[in-house]
Design a protein around this ligand. Structure first.
Ligand SMILES: Nc1ncnc2c1ncn2[C@@H]1O[C@H](COP(=O)(O)OP(=O)(O)OP(=O)(O)O)[C@@H](O)[C@H]1O
Ligand SMILES: [Mg+2]
Length: 256
C-alpha cells in the first residue's frame, strides 16, 4: 500500500478580494520509506500541498489518503519541520524535543532517552540543557528535526527546513538529515528551492509547474543511500540537476 496518495487534488483559497487557485489538480503517490523532494516556483502551492497532506488545511476537490485513510483532520503520526523552527524560547532544548511526547501523553522516561539519542545523532547533545536562543540557526533546525522524529512518526514533512541557513551549514545539514533518515526509515516529503538539495536527499524529485501547481516532471534518483556530498559532481547527478533546471528555464523562472 502507498504511504500517501493524492488523486486529482485541487485547492482554492476563497477570499472576498478574489479566489486563488493555489494547487492542482495534482496526482502522485509516495511509497513507504520513500524520500520525495518537491521543487517548483515560488507560490506554486508547495506549502499548500504539505498542509493538505498533514491535514492542516482542507482540499477543495479530489482526495488525499495517508496510510490508506482519507485525510480529513490533522494527522498525528507525522513530524513536521518548517522553515522557521517554531521552538519555544522558554523551554530548554530537551524540553522542546519532548513536547510531542507530552502532548501525546506517552511514557516520558522512555521519550527522554529517545530525545537524548536523537540530539546526539543530530550533533547537538551538548546543548540539551540550553535554551533555543543560545543556539545558532543550524543547531535550532537540528533540534526541530529531533522533535519531529521523537515519536517515531511514519512520515516526515519538511517545508524548506534549511533555506535560512548559509551554504556550508546547509550542506552539513543535508549530510546529517540523510544519516538520520537512513536509520529512521521514515517516508519523507521535502520541499526545497535547492535543486542540489532535492537530488542529493531524495529517491525521487517532482517538479511542479507555476501556480496552480501540477506535476511537470517526476524523476527517479537512482543512487544508493547513504550518499557522499561528492556525489553532486557525478555526471549522472549533474544530468538530473540539469533536467530540473531546464524546466525552470522553460517556465521563465530561471533566466541566465
Ligand atoms: N491561507 C491562505 N489564504 C489565501 N491564499 C493563500 C493562503 N496560503 C497560500 N495562499 C496562496 O496560495 C498560493 C500558493 O501558496 P503556497 O504558500 O502554497 O506556495 P509555495 O509554493 O509554498 O511558495 P513559496 O515557494 O514561496 O514558499 C499563493 O498564491 C498564495 O498566495
Ligand atoms: Mg512555501
Amino acid at each position: 500500500m502507498n504511504a500517501v496518495v493524492l488523486s486529482n487534488v485541487q485547492k482554492t483559497y476563497f477570499a472576498a478580494q478574489g479566489d486563488v487557485d493555489a494547487l492542482g489538480p495534482i496526482s502522485f503517490a509516495m511509497a513507504p520509506g520513500e524520500t520525495l523532494a518537491v521543487v517548483g516556483p515560488s507560490g506554486c502551492g508547495k506549502s499548500t500541498l504539505l498542509r493538505l497532506i498533514a491535514g492542516l488545511d482542507d482540499y477543495t476537490s479530489g482526495e488525499v489518503t495517508v496510510s490508506g485513510r482519507a485525510v480529513s483532520q490533522p494527522i498525528t503520526d507525522v513530524g513536521i519541520v518548517f522553515q522557521r523552527d517554531l521552538l519555544l524560547d522558554w523551554r530548554t532544548v530537551i524540553d522542546n524535543v519532548l513536547l510531542p511526547a507530552e502532548l501525546k501523553k506517552v511514557d516520558l522516561a522512555a521519550a527522554r532517552r529517545r530525545a537524548r539519542e536523537l540530539l546526539s545523532q543530530l550533533g547537538v547533545a551538548d546543548f540539551a540543557d540550553r535554551f533555543p536562543w543560545e543556539l545558532s540557526g543550524g543547531m535550532r533546525q537540528r533540534v526541530a528535526i529531533a522533535r519531529a522524529l521523537l515519536c517515531s512518526p511514519s512520515m516526515l514533512l519538511l517545508d524548506e527546513p534549511f533555506s535560512a541557513l548559509d551554504a556550508l551549514t546547509r550542506d552539513q545539514m543535508n549530510v546529517t538529515l540523510q544519516q538520520v533518515q537512513a536509520s529512521a526509515h521514515v517516508t519523507t516529503l521535502l520541499i526545497t528551492h535547492s535543486i542540489l538539495e532535492a537530488v542529493y536527499l531524495s529517491d525521487r524529485v517532482i517538479v511542479m509547474s507555476a501556480r496552480p501547481g501540477r506535476v511537470l516532471d517526476d524523476i527517479r534518483v537512482p543512487f544508493a543511500q547513504p550518499r557522499r556530498l561528492s556525489l553532486r559532481e557525478d555526471p549522472e547527478f549533474v544530468d538530473i540537476t540539469r533536467r530540473i533546471r531546464v524546466h525552470f528555464e522553460q517556465a521563465g523562472v530561471l533566466v541566465g
